[in-house]
Design a protein. Sequence first.
Length: 155
Amino acid sequence: MWVLEMGKKEGGKEEVLGPDVAVVSGSKSDEKIVNDVLEQLEVFGVSYVAVVLSAHREPEKLEEFISNSSARVFIAIAGLSAALPGFIASRTVRPVIGVPVSAKLGGLDALLSICQMPKGVPVGGVGIDNGVNAALLAVKILALSDEKLRQKLEK
Ligand code: C2R
């Protein structure tokens, strides 16, 4: 797991220098998909933090995590009634990529929960259990402002 480090802002004020990607899963039972995401991020040397936090079960903790995180992209992994990606998107303007997990109904429940967001609160959804694509999409977003990463993607 990527560990938070303290750093200095330009003006000398202290801030927490976070990882590029925050990977949030709704339950420890989503571990396999989380590992697919982390492995792919590691291929590109992208820093990450991975946490288990549920919007349904621990909304206050999740809210605190989002507001303290300086990650540039969120990947939210959840099965069943997957509120997690939408919850995160409602509390940050940073991009959120949702990964539906096939816990029940082949993952269709989670897929629809993630894709059918109301206007104004977008979540980018990838295929069911497709953690690899979520990581690649996050890398593409980061590569927009990172030339070295863009070159790695092109290779
Ligand atoms: P448990 O195995 O812990 O009962 O979780 C998780 O992502 C998991 O796939 C079963 C499934 O419930 C999902 N879950 C959510 C949320 N919290 C947990 N969809 C949420 O806040 O959206």
